[in-house]
Design a protein around this ligand. Sequence first.
Ligand code: ADP
Length: 223
Amino acid sequence: MKAIEARDVVLSFGETPALRGASLSVSPGEMVAIMGPSGSGKSTLLHCLAGILVPDSGEIHFDGRRIDTLTEYDRSLLRRDQFGFVFQFGQLVPELTAEENVALPLLLGGTRRAAALKQARPWFERLGLAGMEQRRSGELSGGQAQRVALARGLVARPGVLFADEPTGALDTLTGEQVMDLLVESAREQGTTVVLVTHEARVAAYADRQVIVRDGRVNALVNA
Ligand code: ADP
């Protein structure tokens, strides 16, 4: 199990300050929900933790080592090998079948096709998607596509799963199903989860909730 931490992170987009000294430490196997109003810096913080954006100042640590000072290439390898991602709109590759989409992180990591597909398949049963393996994203409902995206995010057993509004495009019931599966699968694998959401109902699934306001992180009082 692996931990991730942001220390006093500052980042501006031109003149626009997005993060002004944001600190967040997530323990191994913990699931933290990042809440806060639109434009407060939630996604920027997630992108910094995930090594997608590099802070202007401050530090990011993953599994005991500093990662914001790595080269772009090394950060891309780190993302590929250690991080999983689920976004608001599943963002499946439309030309690929559902099982190829799930297998994608393994294929990108160099696993052979047959082995990657074999590793992807159990996820369909696990997430209630049996029989959907050969479908393309256009032939899946929003909830089904998001479950495929969840399987893709977890298949390579990442150290951290980053989920940015994973239920944002789903109705309430479908969103709850996706969150139930996300929590259950992450716990089973011991995956640390960083979840961005503006919905209290979704944040309630997490072990801990924090609020980002004006580019800083505050603990949620009365949680
Ligand atoms: P949230 O996820 O809480 O809605 P963001 O992290 O997306 O907030 O954005 C924080 C601030 O940074 C906002 O003022 C937003 O407009 C700005 N911002 C985010 N991404 C970019 C970008 N790529 N270019 C310019 N400004 C950006």
